[in-house]
Design a protein around this ligand. Structure first.
Ligand code: PFF
Length: 453
């Protein structure tokens, strides 16, 4: 079967940025920065980016592109015995897809609710009632129908775009990558010019340097980079494999990584400036209005928007823009997850694309229904936590060992240098062979110890 190809170099870069810049940039990054030392967090963040994130991204692009295979087949080509590591990443990707698509379903609903101001008056109650969070993971109740409808729309859209392959993904990302960035700039400017914005931004940028002595802050820095760059899922290997063998790698990886970080920073500024304003209006401190993780996007931010000056219409517009931003930010991450899964099955079993997508869409929808139930958020949190951290770290550790020691970091570096404009030094070998697997192992063990405590 002829391998599908990106329409152009920029289609590939945009699709890679689109995969990396997802929902995680909008709520995970600002929240992580805020809880892990504000301005001080950028030290572990950038060290992780340059020492581990970018080298691994280059390595994944290089492996996919040189072997012209998605993750499992690429692993099998390196050594038959390690094929399962590729599948491990793909199983992780599938599980992530099952709940990520449900969050997209929530966003569809919130998009419509933006025009219904009453929910913003008390978004917490709305959040609890609408998504029907229960008191524990044991309480699985009825399916929340509007969420299931949002989920169905998400899958349908993914099917329509992916059925025509990378060419059509390349066309859609021309919109879904720049649009959320433009919207973030608009939201950022609005936030920045509000009274009290600087109080919010202080929490984000004032460094608490003493935090740097805490290992968990470093763990969070590395964790955020890996999650954010979508590495270790098998995605960037698949995306690289749709390039011709002579495509530049070093430049593309750097552009992808910096584009992704820029999106995270824009999101953090947009969110925290508005939180500062909200704290100002309600005469409370920022920590009192920041609820963890998901709550930031679905409870606190809508609440802040409901307080914006200018009346109902302005509030509705900003609410709408925020959720359009989330929707377009997240959708290309879903494309990349499904593309990686689909191409792994096609490479191995010669599945017909449309047939596989149809079946996977059905499975994805049914699995998603589980997370769309009353109590489903509980499971969603649990899945996100364990997959986003441990499953990912395990694959990352094995993957770098395979790249570094079985395939040979030097061989990968030679290939990158052969095709790339920027030449990379021997530091790359050290990063892949030693630093990344060792750092990931430390994070993994520390995390587990923390978990048990
Ligand atoms: N990188 C995405 C984000 O930060 O939202 C999350 C993600 C998407 C991770 C797709 C993995 C993935 F395959």
């Amino acid at each position: 079967m002829k391998r599908q190809r990106w329409g152009s170099r920029w289609a590939f870069i945009l699709a890679a940025v689109g995969s990396a810049a997802g929902l995680g940039n909008a709520w995970r990054f600002p929240y992580k920065a805020y809880t892990n030392g504000g301005g001080a967090f950028y030290i572990p963040y950038f060290i992780a980016l340059f020492v581990a994130g970018i080298p691994l991204l280059m390595a994944e692009f290089a492996v996919g592109q040189s072997l012209q295979s998605s993750a499992p087949k690429a692993m099998a080509k390196i050594n038959k015995k390690v094929e399962f590591i590729g599948w491990w990443g793909i199983v992780t990707s599938s599980l992530v897809t099952f709940y990520y698509s449900v969050i997209m379903g929530w966003i569809f609903n919130y998009l419509i609710f933006s025009f219904n101001v009453s929910w913003k008056e008390n978004p917490e109650t709305f959040f609890l009632e609408f998504l029907q969070r229960s008191s524990g993971p044991g309480e699985i109740g009825n399916i929340v129908i509007p969420v299931a409808i949002g989920l169905a729309i998400t899958w349908l859209f993914v099917y329509i775009v992916l059925r025509k392959g990378t060419e059509s993904v390349g066309k859609v990302v021309l919109w879904t990558v720049p649009l959320p960035i433009i919207l973030l700039i608009i939201l950022g400017i609005r936030g920045f010019t509000l009274e009290g914005a600087s109080t919010g931004l202080d929490y984000l940028f004032n460094p608490s340097l003493e935090k740097l002595s805490s290992p968990s802050v470093w763990a969070e820095g590395f964790g955020q980079i890996f999650y954010s760059l979508s590495v270790a899922f098998g995605i960037m290997i698949a995306y690289g494999s749709f390039n011709k063998k002579k495509q530049d790698i070093a430049n593309n990886a750097i552009i992808t990584a910096l584009g992704n970080s820029a999106t995270s920073f824009l999101a953090a500024i947009a969110v925290f400036s508005v939180l500062g304003y909200m704290a100002n209006v309600l005469s409370v401190k920022v920590p009192e209005v920041v609820t963890g993780g998901i709550g930031l996007a679905f409870v606190t931010y809508p609440q802040a928007i409901a307080l914006l000056p200018g009346g109902i219409v302005v509030q509705a517009i900003f609410g709408f823009l925020f959720f359009v931003m989330l929707l377009t930010l997240g959708i290309d991450s879903v494309f990349s997850l499904v593309e990686a899964i689909e191409s792994s099955f096609s490479d191995k079993f010669n599945f017909k694309k449309k047939k596989f997508l149809g079946i996977f869409m059905g499975i994805g929808f049914i699995m998603g229904l589980f997370f769309s139930t009353q109590g489903g958020i509980f499971w969603l949190d649990i899945f996100d936590h364990f997959l986003g951290t441990y499953a990912l770290l395990m694959v990352g550790i094995f993957e770098t060992i395979i790249f570094g020691w079985v395939m040979g970091a030097e061989n990968i570096r030679d290939y990158i240098n052969e095709v790339s404009e920027i030449k990379i030094g021997k530091w790359f070998n050290i990063a892949i062979k030693y630093i990344i697997p060792i750092v990931l192992s430390i994070i993994f063990v520390n995390g587990l110890i923390d978990e048990i405590k």
